[in-house]
Design a protein around this ligand. Structure first.
Ligand SMILES: [Zn+2]
Length: 256
């Protein structure tokens, strides 16, 4: 499938986000947000949606305590809906949204695509629905409660039954984190979301600062490594600060 990538702003935080024992932990790092559009004859599918429009002006009012750990920088032009319009794609044309998980930087705009089915793990929806905002969760209830067309998944899934979009259950960062294996023009690619968020996290096995269950996180890294071999797939790490330079072959193109 043809894929376009969209850089949707980002945030400054501690390098420990990529690994608490990484040598650079304790220093500040800029973490970009990305979303992806996959096009086939029948579908326009998004993987991730980037942040909510409320993060443009006052992040703390929308994500609460998380704004103390993550200094969000998003401008109006970086919102996914605006970037899609720039290439001639209207939000109501999107048929499907897959999110790796429901944290604000991945699922912040799920309510912006009224015709889309949102494919998410049931365990993730349950966790996000019961998250306590006062406890500093990275889930935002208003984003989740505003969405209606859900397709709840329980583990791995061949989304359309034709092998083009395979969901790989990769819990650990959150209870229902999932990764997406897609055949793009350059070959198979695994979009890993936050599991793990950075190449060295996986290569050096350094646990990130945000982990719901460390045992499951390590098991998911193993699943991703095995899937990469099985599908001869490249791993895509959108939070990697160097992603913008290395993945420019996913640059957006105008709709014909
Ligand atoms: Zn996350």
């Amino acid at each position: 499938m043809k894929v376009d990538s969209f850089y949707c702003g980002g945030e400054w935080t501690d390098f420990a986000f990529f690994g608490v024992q990484h040598p650079q932990a304790g220093t500040r790092v800029y973490i970009p947000y990305f979303a992806f559009l996959f096009r086939s004859a029948e579908r326009l599918l998004l993987f991730e949606t980037g942040p909510n429009a409320h993060l443009v002006d006052n992040p703390a009012a929308w994500i609460g305590q998380s704004a103390e750990l993550y200094e969000v920088e998003v401008d109006e032009s970086q919102l996914l809906v605006n970037q899609l319009r720039e290439i001639g794609v209207s939000p109501d044309q999107i048929t499907d949204v897959v999110v790796s998980h429901l944290h604000y930087d991945h699922a912040g705009s799920i309510t912006s695509f009224p015709a889309a089915t949102i494919h998410v793990q049931r365990a993730e929806y349950d966790a996000a629905s019961h998250a306590d905002p006062a406890a500093g969760s990275d889930y935002v209830r208003a984003e989740i409660d505003g969405a209606v067309r859900w397709n709840f998944l329980d583990g791995d899934a061949d989304l359309f039954g034709d092998g083009t979009c395979l969901v790989l259950s990769t819990p650990g960062h959150t209870p229902g984190h999932q990764s997406l294996i897609v055949q793009v023009e350059s070959g198979a690619a695994i979009f890993v979301g936050d599991a793990p968020p950075y190449p060295a996290t996986l290569a050096d096995r350094v646990l990130p600062s945000v982990v719901w269950n460390a045992g499951l996180e390590f098991a998911s890294w193993q699943r991703i490594a095995e899937a990469a071999v099985q599908h001869s797939a490249a791993l895509v790490f959108p939070h990697d600060p160097s992603f913008r330079e290395t993945m420019d072959f996913f640059a957006p193109t105008q709709t014909a």
